[in-house]
Design a protein around this ligand. Structure first.
Ligand SMILES: Cc1cc2nc3c(=O)[nH]c(=O)nc-3n(C[C@H](O)[C@H](O)[C@H](O)COP(=O)(O)OP(=O)(O)OC[C@H]3O[C@@H](n4cnc5c(N)ncnc54)[C@H](O)[C@@H]3O)c2cc1C
Length: 474
């Protein structure tokens, strides 16, 4: 492969820092889960970096950034590459900055911990549980593999969001250390409003080198799967359950029949094909209250509770959180590769009716999957519906109909921040990027407002992560 960058000079400057230039291995590390989207698969399949560089300390990150800045080589950070929108794919080649080996938990206190960005979330939890029976407030369903830095820079929320909301919410990130991309990179300590500059910014304006995050009390979580005779009954129940403040829940999800039976292969024996599921993670001490509450609903049925399974029954069953969020999509894709998905917000307070109307409109083409969350203090839900993909034009049409019907879409078939719809750029965001990455070398191609000065970032849309001006950052 020919490259426009002086990779030999870079390797020389990097000295003892680990690098990899075997094209097959570089290509492997240049990919994330972009292929969930047939659109991104078409657009990004060929993308690869020129070199993988794997720093294991902040000093090494600074060294890499300074060297790449001097040589004009782009740098795309990567945690463990589980993002779904091509966020970690190096569109301009150059260096893939692999942070997975920069991964220690540095300190655990009462209600908080400090870690390096490459730490995998399940491993952080192992340490905080062992230290003082505390656990992460939030994690994606890729808990077992994804890094905390990648979650902050590329994720949004997940397991725990029914109690704590998402990464966008005040208080769910305490402090970040961020390295700039300059001749002499600086370390910025961000707190409060300034956290919005790098949260969900895909690493376009700084490399996170340390995180300080809040912790919650660790409970023993039980998986409970309840079946309902109709989608409406399941949705209404889940919505009301989410509002039961005394019940300690960690995840609350709805999947319409027959998808669970057809796609949750390891659980299939527990799941009648016509059952619409409510899948719950509940603290062990709250299971009986949950079940009593469910018994009030005619036709509801307990299909599984993980604390009552025999060792034989439990063998090989994934945890309930690996049936939810984007694991629902993954399981469907494994059975039917023509499936893709959407990300939808059903705004409070009419979410249950809206879900009914939307699914009546699309029938079997769009299969209902809901994740209940706290959103601006109210219980509502996101949808990650499964879509039986036919053409890109039809996919666009399905999204447009959702928007027309009052359900904003965060488009998972776009790799730029703005078109993805979760992060709104604005003048303050651009001003920060001018300071932190004046040459535009960090993850190029992901922020349209930077690449195209005529881009109208004020234009429409609902954004999950507020613009900096809206968040109060000048
Ligand atoms: C099956 C499946 C289920 C998922 N479920 C969820 C879910 O429930 N919730 C959710 O939010 N997401 C989910 N995701 C998406 C993804 O797994 C998570 O967001 C995850 O936290 C990303 O972490 P990562 O280490 O893989 O990040 P990567 O994919 O490596 O990176 C994500 C982004 O962050 C940037 N980045 C990485 N490290 C740094 C750093 N140190 N500094 C600056 N920028 C950095 C990258 O350039 C990229 O833009 C899911 C994905 C899959 C495949």
């Amino acid at each position: 492969m020919t490259t426009r960058y002086d990779i030999a000079a870079l390797k020389q400057r990097l000295g003892a820092i680990r690098t990899e230039d075997n094209p097959a291995l570089v290509k492997q590390k240049s990919r994330d889960f972009f292929w969930y989207s047939p659109v991104l698969k078409r657009q990004l399949d060929h993308v690869t970096a020129d070199l993988v560089v794997s720093p294991t300390s902040e000093a090494e990150v600074l060294e890499v950034l300074a060297a790449c800045h001097a040589l004009g080589i782009p740098v795309t950070p990567r945690g463990t590459g589980t993002g779904n929108y091509g966020q970690a794919m190096p569109l301009s080649g150059g260096v893939l900055l692999d942070l997975s080996g920069f991964n220690k938990v540095l300190d655990i206190g009462h209600g908080r911990y400090v870690a390096e960005p490459g730490a995998v979330m399940a491993r952080i939890d192992d340490e905080t549980r062992a230290h003082s029976r505390q656990e992460l407030r939030l994690h994606p369903s890729t808990y077992q593999t994804a890094s905390i830095g990648g979650f902050i820079a590329g994720g949004s929320g997940g397991v725990g969001s029914i109690k704590w909301g998402g990464l966008r919410d005040w208080g769910n990130i305490i402090r970040l250390r961020v390295a700039t991309m300059e001749a002499t990179p600086r370390i910025l300590e961000l707190q409060g409003e300034d956290l919005h500059k790098v949260a969900h910014a895909y690493g376009t304006n700084g490399i996170i080198t340390q995180v300080e995050m809040p912790l919650a009390p660790a409970y023993e979580w039980v998986d409970a799967i309840l079946g309902f005779p109709s989608l409406r009954a399941a949705t209404e129940f889940a919505n009301e359950l989410g509002e039961q403040d005394g019940l300690a829940l960690k995840n609350l999800c709805v999947v319409a029949a027959p998808a669970p039976h057809d796609y949750f292969l390891r659980h299939r024996k527990f799941l009648p094909r016509d059952s619409h599921l409510v899948i719950v993670m509940v603290a062990d001490f709250a299971v009986e209250s949950l079940l009593a509450y469910a018994r009030r609903v005619k036709g509801s049925e307990l299909l599984l509770r993980s604390d009552r399974l025999s060792p034989e029954e439990a063998k090989g069953l994934p945890p309930a959180y690996e049936l939810g969020w984007n694991h629902t999509t993954l399981r469907a894709l494994r059975v039917d590769p023509a499936i893709t998905y959407l990300q939808v917000l059903y705004p409070f307070p009419n979410q249950v009716d809206l879900i009914d109307r939307i699914h009546a409109r699309f029938g079997d083409e769009v299969v209902c999957h809901l994740e209940f969350v706290r959103f601006d203090g109210k219980v509502t839900c996101f949808g990650l519906p499964l879509v039986r993909f036919t053409t890109e034009a039809r996919l666009e049409e399905i999204m447009a109909i959702h928007e027309e019907m009052g359900a904003p879409i965060f488009n998972p078939h776009r790799y730029t921040l703005e078109e993805g719809g979760m992060k709104q750029t604005d003048e303050a965001q651009l001003a920060f990027k001018r300071q932190a990455d004046p040459q535009g070398l960090l993850n190029p191609g992901k922020m349209i407002a930077w690449e195209d000065p005529s881009y109208d970032y004020r234009a429409g849309g609902t954004f999950l992560f507020r613009s900096l001006s809206e968040a109060g950052v000048g």
